[in-house]
Design a protein around this ligand. Structure first.
Ligand code: ADP
Length: 285
């Protein structure tokens, strides 16, 4: 079993105001997420990303179709605890996710609630704080930390459950560039070194280029689905979504259109600069 999440004809609409027609927010979605991958879900505001994410740990239940987490149906209430143990959620605002006045107590909150023995809790808390680089801050007060540090504590709180998958819903939206960078690094480290499946909901295309796969949503449908280099090849469709296209992708496409031999998949700033330099050498050195 190499799929951690599977949706089968998943549809959903929020119950409408009395008398009005319910608006379809998710439209017959079939999605399979492989274990250990990093998947970015992007799309304009209101395209259904958060609604989809909330189906991955049974915060919302399908209006039609099914959602399976390692073959456990989210609509079967017997599985709820098991599903929430496997799939953790990190939200936009770290202040809403922190519950205690000392960092390590906050991270211990979920395993304590599940009744683990205290030495196991200690081990889980230390391990989680080390992964997010906040172990030295374990006795600090969360409210005195920066936004990025608080978000790292929120991530540690989820990691203390040792989930197989973490869904990050716009985790960097309230952070400065340094905070953003630290969260992006943690997501990559979780995939690379800890076998955690990462699902990132974002409208920052430049964050999505780090993923193995990008799902582009529009009005409850999947518009594009593939590796970043495949998705960013389809400039016309992407422009139609109104999303910001990474500057590296725009630059490489324009250079290609002007006849330069540059690869379209050199999407990080470093790869893009290297690709342009190689082409420059060809012409000028
Ligand atoms: P995204 O995450 O892509 O911005 P959402 O999933 O938050 O999209 O929202 C999809 C649609 O569902 C939007 O039209 C939004 O207004 C609507 N919506 C979201 N949450 C609720 C809710 N709790 N009640 C009613 N409508 C909602």
């Amino acid at each position: 079993m190499n799929k951690i999440i599977k949706t089968e004809k998943l549809s959903f609409s929020y119950s409408s105001i009395e008398g009005s027609v319910p608006v379809v927010v998710l439209n017959d979605l079939n999605i399979e997420i492989e274990k250990g991958t990093f998947v970015a879900v992007i799309g304009h505001n209101g395209s259904g990303k958060t609604t989809l994410a909330k189906h991955f740990n049974a915060i919302l239940l399908p209006g039609g179709g099914r959602v399976l987490i390692e073959d456990m149906d989210t609509a079967d209430e017997h599985y709820i605890i098991e599903i929430r143990r496997r799939v953790g959620m990190v939200f936009q605002n770290p202040d809403n996710q922190i519950v205690a006045t000392v960092v390590e107590e906050d991270v211990a909150f979920a395993p304590e609630n599940l009744g683990y023995p205290s030495d196991e809790i200690r081990q889980r808390v230390d391990e989680a704080l080390k992964i997010v680089g906040m172990y030295e801050y374990r006795e600090h007060a969360p409210h005195l930390l920066s936004g990025g540090q608080k978000q790292r504590i929120a991530i540690a709180g989820v990691l203390a459950m040792r989930p197989k998958c973490i869904v990050f819903d716009e985790p960097t939206a309230m952070l400065d560039p340094r905070g953003r960078e630290s969260i992006i690094k943690i997501m990559q480290d979780l995939r690379d070194n800890h076998g955690v499946t990462v699902i990132l909901i974002t409208h920052h295309m430049d964050e999505a280029i780090n993923a193995d796969r990008i799902i582009v949503m529009s009005d409850g449908d999947i518009l594009l689905d593939g590796a970043p280099r495949e998705v960013f090849r389809d400039m016309e469709t992407l422009r139609g979504t109104g999303l910001d296209i990474p500057e590296t992708a725009v630059l490489l496409h324009e250079l290609k259109a002007d006849g330069f031999d540059v690869p379209l998949d050199a999407l990080s700033v470093e790869e893009c600069a290297e690709a342009i330099y190689e082409e420059y050498k060809h012409w000028h050195l």
